[in-house]
Write a protein that binds this ligand. Structure first.
Ligand code: F6P
Length: 323
């Protein structure tokens, strides 16, 4: 294999550029050429390719976002779109593809392997940290720290005004990030997509805290919380209880940008290089990840079949420590 393609797909995540650097520099060190694909799978359909050499990666290690840009590509979900993509790869002489993204991106890669025999390797890049096959995804640690910074700021004003705040963090389908934000941010409660908490229970919990002398409170709400986002939860709480003067803060896409943390840079550097090595070893339809301290490989489908969940015991911990 002489020429390797690389793309970033789905929601951008801090550290994607670091992973690109890992891919490009490792490939160059092994004497291989790298072609970057713009805007994820859309670039394969449009033929938007550009060569990436080691010097193109100068300054990439600490730059947020993705220099290749990213997209969620509807056309690639159809066989016709994937056939066009496979033609683009063949015409450009790209013999293997590295896909940096989350489980949705991996599903596309698995289809490309199955239908067109294109060797593909996945690198986990998503702030959600919700896919199997790896303990951590690139971008999660940075997003967590950004959200914690926001929560710390909010706590200052919550304390100053004896206020109840609902802070919404990202996670449409996964509460992993929200759970860790809640634990690290010292939240009074955490509302998630995975485990519904009736509003009455939340109110009872807040009342208990207030009766125990807590003048302010922070409730972390995941974007995909079953009973709605932070605005909706605040509305329901204020309508049906004595907690009528709450405030809402939505951290939103702030969590997706920014300089990757050292943790994410190390992870992205290791996994970018590991993806190249996997391709050169003749692997296909696999992802790279970390397990403990080691880099590991797993079939792409492990990403969506064994989604990473937070330990359930964290619910009890939050209850214990917010008393
Ligand atoms: O998958 C990453 C993520 O940031 C989720 O946490 C969030 O729900 C989603 O992407 C938002 O996507 P978009 O930027 O397309 O609104």
């Amino acid at each position: 294999m002489d020429t390797i393609g690389v793309l970033t797909s789905g929601g951008d995540a801090p550290g994607m550029n670091t992973a690109l650097r890992g891919v490009v520099r490792a490939a160059a060190a092994y004497g291989k050429t790298v072609v970057g694909v713009e805007r994820g799978y859309q670039g394969l359909i449009d033929g938007a390719l550009r060569p990436l050499g080691p010097r193109d990666m100068s300054g990439a290690i600490n730059r947020g976002g993705t220099m290749l840009r990213s997209a969620r590509c509807e056309a690639f979900m159809h066989a016709e779109g994937r056939a066009t993509a496979a033609r683009t790869l063949a015409e450009a002489g790209i013999e293997g593809l590295i896909v940096i993204g989350g489980d949705g991106s991996y599903r596309g890669a698995a289809d490309l392997v199955a239908e067109h025999g294109v060797p593909c390797i996945g690198v986990p890049g998503t702030i959600d940290n919700d896919i199997g096959g790896t303990d951590y995804t690139i971008g999660y640690d940075t997003a967590l720290n950004t959200a914690i910074d926001a929560i710390d700021h909010i706590r200052d004003t919550a304390d100053s005004h004896d206020r109840l705040f609902f802070v919404e963090v990202m996670g449409r389908g996964s509460g992993y990030l929200a759970m860790m934000c809640g634990v690290a941010g010292g939240a009074e409660a955490i509302l998630l997509p995975e485990r519904p908490m009736p509003i009455e229970d939340l109110i009872a919990h807040l009342r208990k805290g207030r009766d125990a002398g807590k003048a302010s409170a922070i409730v972390v709400v995941a974007e995909g919380n079953v009973t709605g986002g932070a605005l909706e939860v605040a509305r329901q709480v204020s309508e049906s209880s004595e907690f009528t003067d709450s405030r809402v803060a939505i951290v939103g896409h702030l969590q997706r940008g920014g300089i990757p943390t050292a943790f994410d840079r190390v992870l992205a550097s290791r996994l970018g290089a590991a993806a190249v090595e996997a391709l050169l070893d003749g692997e296909s339809g696999m992802m790279v990840g970390v397990s403990g301290k080691e880099v590991v490989r797993a079939p792409l489908k492990v990403a969506w079949e064994t989604r990473t969940r937070f330990p359930e015991s964290l619910f009890d911990l939050v209850k214990l420590l917010s008393s």
